[in-house]
Design a protein around this ligand. Structure first.
Ligand code: AMP
Length: 544
């Protein structure tokens, strides 16, 4: 039958067949809020009614400026449920870009948590499209604000006339190819660009992502999405968990090691997902406190290259399987996921970890190619590397209202150009060498900054590292390693170089090592190499 795929069907399913399963949220007030899928669905129906009463129609954009929590979850469903588009605003973008994305999206209403009200006040002048602000709290906690037309979320829902506890909502029948959500890329490569996700792309992506070799989520699982819901739909975990009836735990605004540990331990989390920096904080907390996480089975790490040592530490010291994933805003986000194939169980430990340290293999639905500068496909031999191009039902077909970006983003055959450089081996395992702009070009050879960083964080006294290219009179460019010492560690330049000499080729060896207190990150947890290149542009590499 030709039944359109729709996002609202996910929560309808969860409410019907997993109605008692909990959604647990840490609130801004640092309290724990609990309710069930059944309760959530009742409020989603009320919210849908409220949105309609505010005059929201098909394909109107509604912005959210919020952490991971139950009210944000409700908006994830009510907005696309009535055929509108949920624009998750990234509050960590520079202020001007927050305003620019809201204006570009032409958001009619903004739903915001109280701690983002001052940010919205700052950008109000450039966001005249917004007619109403709804503060995601109750009357007692409404903040003072000079924003115009401000409503309170709980009051809005309470006033949404009908009693939906005993009746369903008359959801409109939607074209599955209509837009359901909008997310802007994180701006690492310039200004943020808008990506629309459709009902169809979201459902197909969720089916694929939750399969056993991928996220591997089942009804028995308890899932903590640390990855923010304001970026790439929280890797679609707020859709995938209702699809299977898994318990959801939302961390709110607190993502420090202690806070994450408390939720992992207290709620019995079996699966969690986030960027590497979050897991650095958790590992530090676990080591300092001597705590373990016995109920946690699997950790999905992505968004930036995952050091092999991190995967090994989680598996050998804490008994948690760590899988690396690679993807992009433009890919909903999942493209590849790590993990061994059956036959690899017989391999030596070192060989197994070599596979686990790759970005993984394509999930069903995503086609991957690597191409040379002329666009000719390269062999999948694990050696040749080139730019990754992708195609699939949840890959962006065009940026939202952005003709200039579209021109550069797609090749003549319609494949999306990711800007990542990688190898692919005959089993499909992809190893990201770099972003095209981050590779270090030395004497005609390409050096992967990620390989250098990976080796450096294997040093017991280094917690995080970045390698960047600096100009060199003879070789064109040579690597500089910028490292952060682990707590209590005192690594030296020469000691680090001696360590790296055992793990890197001569070509890859950094010409110099410097230490910093911390490294700059983008709003989505990636190393901000543009900032590092600026910081160290005067640094002179030793020429001897
Ligand atoms: P975003 O659209 O902000 O999610 O950023 C996507 C980019 O993050 C990709 O194009 C990669 O450069 C980078 N990225 C994501 N996952 C990984 C990974 N596992 N390893 C290396 N880079 C990654």
């Amino acid at each position: 039958m030709d039944v359109p795929l729709s996002i609202i069907s996910l929560i309808q399913y969860a409410a019907n067949y997993h109605g008692e399963v909990e959604i647990v949220s840490r609130t801004l007030e640092n309290e724990i809020h609990r309710y069930s899928y059944r309760d959530a669905y009742i409020r989603i129906k009320k919210l849908a009614n409220a949105l309609k009463s505010l005059g929201i129609g098909p394909q109107d954009r509604i912005g959210t400026v919020a952490w991971n929590g139950y009210r944000h979850f409700e908006l994830y469903y009510a907005i696309p449920g009535i055929g509108a588009v949920c624009h998750t605003v990234n509050p960590r973008l520079p202020e001007a870009q927050v305003g620019a994305t809201i204006a570009h999206a032409e958001d009619k209403i903004i739903f915001a948590e109280p701690d983002f009200v001052s940010l919205l006040e700052e950008v109000a002048e450039s966001t005249g499209c917004v007619g109403t602000y709804v503060i995601m709290t109750d009357e007692a906690r409404m903040p003072e604000t000079n924003l115009a037309n401000v409503l309170c979320y709980e009051t809005l829902i309470a006033g949404a006339d009908e009693d939906f506890a005993n009746q369903d909502y008359d959801w409109p029948s939607l074209d599955e190819n209509s837009a359901a959500a909008l997310c802007y890329s994180s701006g690492t490569t310039g200004r943020p660009k808008g990506v629309l996700y459709t009902h169809r792309s979201t459902i197909l992506h969720s089916f694929a992502a939750c399969m056993p070799d991928n996220f591997g989520i089942a009804s028995r699982d308890c899932v903590l999405p640390v990855v923010p819901m304001f970026h790439v739909s929280g890797w679609c975990l707020p859709y995938i968990c209702p699809m299977v009836g898994a318990k959801l735990v939302f961390p709110g605004s607190r993502m420090d090691g202690q806070a994450i540990f408390e939720l992992l331990d207290g709620e019995g989390v079996t699966m969690t997902a986030g960027v590497p920096t979050v897991w650095i904080m958790l590992l530090e907390h676990l080591r300092a406190s001597g705590k373990k996480v016995p109920r946690l089975k699997r950790l999905l790490i992505g968004g930036a290259a995952v050091p092999k040592s991190m995967i090994e530490t989680f598996e050998t010291e804490f008994g948690v399987e760590a899988r690396q994933g690679w993807g992009m805003t433009e890919m909903s986000p999942v493209g590849t996921i790590g993990g061994l194939k059956g036959a690899q169980a017989e391999l030596s430990r070192d060989k197994q970890y070599a596979y686990k340290a790759t970005q993984g293999r394509p999930v069903f639905g995503v086609e991957l190619e690597i191409v040379d500068k002329s666009g000719t496909p390269l062999p999948h031999d694990g050696k040749n590397f080139g730019e990754v191009r992708v195609r699939g039902p949840w890959v962006v077909g065009e940026y939202f209202k952005d003709a200039a970006a579209n021109e550069a983003a797609f090749d003549a055959a319609g494949w999306f150009r990711t800007g990542d450089v990688s190898t692919i081996d005959s089993d499909g395992y992809m190893r990201i060498v770099d972003r095209t702009k981050d590779v270090i070009k030395s004497g005609g050879e390409w050096i992967s900054s990620i390989d250098i960083e990976n080796a450096a964080v294997g040093h017991p006294e280094i917690i995080e590292a970045a390698a960047i290219a600096l100009p060199h009179p003879k070789w064109g460019e040579r690597p500089l390693l910028i490292a952060v010492a682990a707590e209590g560690g005192a690594p030296t330049r020469d000691g680090v170089l001696a360590y790296l000499a055992r793990h890197l080729s001569k070509l890859e060896m950094p010409d110099d090592v410097v230490f910093v207190e911390e490294l700059p990150h983008t709003t989505t947890g990636k190393l901000r190499k543009t900032a590092l290149r600026e910081m160290f542009k005067e640094h002179v590499l030793p020429t001897a």
